[in-house]
Design a protein around this ligand. Structure first.
Ligand code: BG6
Ligand code: MG
Length: 231
């Protein structure tokens, strides 16, 4: 038998990935409601309202860019000093909620899925725009599940720029093509594609139509099943 023949008769090789990169807000934990309440309080303090529908546009968007969008909704202009104060106020109000959360806020199936990924020997990274990521992971007691955390304190460019995901892959020594990103935001899906990574959307496919696959949540699935579907 020639070498060629022996290669082609090999059993199908199982697809291998090196790293799963998880967004935080809306993927690991449902913090969008707390961001909303804090932004609404800020908008109200500036004399206008901010709806839950408006809040949908802020998913995955950095704190500074979110404030610009909100001021635009209220047609309010702030001096740089007042802009900075507004950012501080919003975050202080947001932290009032975050300081009360615990593991009960972890989204369905996430803990089991992280255990499954780890058991398969695949590295786990966080790739989030939030500057509060470390605190939130501590509060929900998942900090020790992550091999590296790349958050809003470590990157200069917001999603859809791929910086956050590329940095996570680099820190773990994994090639971008061997990473799978889990994202709930349109900007995050685009950031993963811009990083040349596979991306699985968490949510609905009418919103996340550019993802390689969309799932509602992590319940009743395994990493092997998802890798097979996106490979
Ligand atoms: C993203 C959220 O993960 O983080 C956005 O989806 C949020 O809503 C952004 O604005 C920044 O978060 P933080 O915690 O730094 O204000
Ligand atoms: Mg998110």
């Amino acid at each position: 038998m020639s070498d060629q023949a022996s290669v082609s008769s090999d059993p199908v090789v199982k697809p291998v990935i090196g790293c799963c990169i998880f967004d935080l807000d809306g993927v690991i934990v449902d913090t969008a409601k707390y961001h909303y309440l804090a932004w609404k309080r800020l908008a109200n303090s500036l004399g206008f309202d901010f709806t839950e529908a408006d809040n949908e546009h802020l998913k995955g968007v950095s704190r500074v860019e979110s404030l610009k969008l909100i001021l635009n909704i209220g047609s309010v202009e702030l001096t740089q000093a007042d802009f900075d104060t507004a950012l501080l106020n919003k975050n202080a109000w947001y932290l009032e909620y975050i300081n009360k959360i615990g593991p009960e806020e972890i989204l369905p199936g996430v803990s089991e899925f992280l255990t499954d990924v780890r058991t398969k020997g695949i590295k786990i990274a966080l790739g989030s725009a939030s500057k509060n990521a470390q605190l939130i992971l501590e509060r929900i007691k998942l900090l020790d599940q992550f091999d590296t955390i790349v958050d809003g304190n470590k990157v200069a460019n917001a999603k859809p720029d791929p910086e956050v995901f590329l940095k996570a892959a680099r820190e773990l020594g994994v090639a971008p093509a061997d990473c799978i990103v889990f994202e709930d935001a349109v900007a995050g899906v685009q950031a993963a594609l811009n990083a040349n990574m596979k991306v699985i959307g968490i949510g609905v496919d009418t919103v996340l139509q550019h993802a390689n696959l969309v799932i509602a949540n992590f319940q009743h699935t395994t990493i092997d099943e998802l890798v097979a579907k996106v490979s």
